[in-house]
Design a protein around this ligand. Structure first.
Ligand code: ZN
Length: 80
């Protein structure tokens, strides 16, 4: 999307639309990929998904960053 915006004069309307849509699809795929990939192995608790699903849109990131241990099983947040 940034590339499309920076080079807007060199693209046709169709190319610009395709690049912008590709950026949106990549962003959504990244969000959903992270939602299901970031998890505690032992219990399968998905931290990012839990934050996005259960917290208000204005506070999910703050809540997520405040967690020092898994909110489901209490496992420490440090990587092993
Ligand atoms: Zn856990």
């Amino acid at each position: 999307m940034v590339c499309a915006q920076l080079q807007i004069t060199s693209f046709t309307a169709e190319q610009f639309t395709l690049l912008t849509l590709a950026g949106v699809v990549m962003g959504l795929a990244s969000l959903f990929g992270a939602c299901f990939a970031i998890r505690v192995r032992r219990v399968g608790s998905k931290w990012l998904w839990q934050a996005v699903r259960t917290k208000h849109s204005s506070s999910w990131l703050t809540w997520l960053l405040e967690q020092k241990a898994c909110p489901t099983c209490g496992a420490p947040g440090a990587a092993t």
